[in-house]
Ligand binder design. Structure first.
Ligand SMILES: Nc1ncnc2c1ncn2[C@@H]1O[C@H](COP(=O)(O)OP(=O)(O)O)[C@@H](O)[C@H]1O
Ligand SMILES: NC(=O)OP(=O)(O)O
Length: 310
């Protein structure tokens, strides 16, 4: 089966949310072992990943060093996260594949996603990035022109524009690498957001695209048999956090769409994941799953997770 696997932030940082380079290498090594099992089971895999913590950290470092170095734009920061996360994933995947006797070449593509320059998201930031801060820090940053949002017990977080992904520019390169037997890492952080350049080609725009929604497009463009969104819960849950909580197993896309519209899923956490899997099946994809990282091989066989079918 051809599988597109989206790795959430939980798969790339320590369980307590720390994200030093060592923490990220350790978390990615664990993710790579699970991915290698999927490959060893005979599947063709495209990996995509989030970048919210990492892109926010780079942006902050830029701003803190602005007195010495000219800051770079958010799309450049996003491109940098594809490089560092892709590099770390490639090292970990090669090791894990060899350990599973499933060695194959691995490639990471610096990859772009087209958005609409007039997307209303550009004037209404929603994507949380970077470290959490106190209410006082958020107030000071808001006064300085940034947008911050209260994220509950963990504190406040900066939010930036997150337009709808429209097209994966580099999907043909993904398909060509798959045809050559590569395990491909693509569209990290939802892809570098671009718009058509009047001179030809594309130019970057300042935003961070939701990686779950980009994973849907990528899955359609490479004609994946299965989209897997890997996070830290085995199922999407109805009545989350209530005594009536009920994990969702196999569900038809129309039923999941109704649960989405009823507001069953956390905005900025579970909602983009269930939206992504529902869209994949609504647009003609055969099957999509939300599950935890440790369950991805079982979920590929239909054994667990929230499985969306037509
Ligand atoms: N209805 C729901 N069912 C399951 N999990 C939910 C639900 N609503 C919110 N969540 C939360 O969504 C989290 C996963 O989203 P998130 O932390 O953004 O994932 P990731 O960083 O892996 O992309 C779960 O850990 C859970 O706390
Ligand atoms: N770009 C993106 O969706 O990143 P996270 O999954 O880390 O929020």
């Amino acid at each position: 089966m051809r599988i597109v696997l989206a790795l959430g932030g939980n798969a790339m940082t320590a369980s307590d949310g720390r994200s030093t380079p060592d923490d990220q290498r350790a978390a990615i090594a664990v993710a790579a072992e699970h991915i290698a099992r999927l490959v060893a089971a005979g599947h063709e895999v495209v990996v995509t990943h989030g970048n919210g913590p990492q892109v926010g950290n780079i942006l902050l470092k830029n701003e803190l060093s602005a007195h010495r170095l000219t800051p770079v734009s958010l799309d450049w920061c996003g491109a940098q996260t594809q490089g560092t996360i892709g590099f770390t994933l490639m090292n970990a995947l090669e090791r894990a594949l060899a350990a599973q006797d499933a060695a194959r070449p691995v490639a990471t593509l610096v990859s772009r996603t087209v958005v609409d320059a007039d997307d209303p998201a550009f004037t209404s930031p929603t994507k949380a990035i970077g470290p959490y801060g106190s209410a006082d820090h958020a107030a000071a940053m808001t006064a300085a022109g940034q947008a911050w949002r209260d994220e509950g017990p963990k504190g406040w977080r900066r939010v930036v524009a997150s337009p709808e992904p429209l097209q994966i520019v580099d999907a043909p390169a993904v398909a060509a690498l798959l045809a050559q037997g590569f395990l491909v890492v693509s569209s990290g952080g939802g892809g570098i957001p671009v718009v058509p350049d009047p001179r030809g080609g594309y130019q970057g725009v300042e935003a961070v695209i939701d990686k779950d929604l980009t994973a849907t497009l990528l899955s359609r463009q490479v004609e994946a048999d299965l989209l897997v969104i890997a996070t830290d819960v085995e199922h999407a849950v109805l009545g989350w956090g209530t005594p009536q909580a009920r994990p969702l197993g196999q569900v038809r896309a129309a039923e999941l769409r109704a649960h989405i519209e009823a507001g069953e899923f956390g905005v900025g956490s579970m909602l983009p994941k269930v939206e992504a899997v529902t869209r994949f099946v609504e647009s003609g994809g055969p099957r999509a799953v939300v599950t935890d990282l440790a369950s991805i091989t079982e979920a590929a066989d239909g054994g667990t997770g929230t499985v969306v079918v037509p």
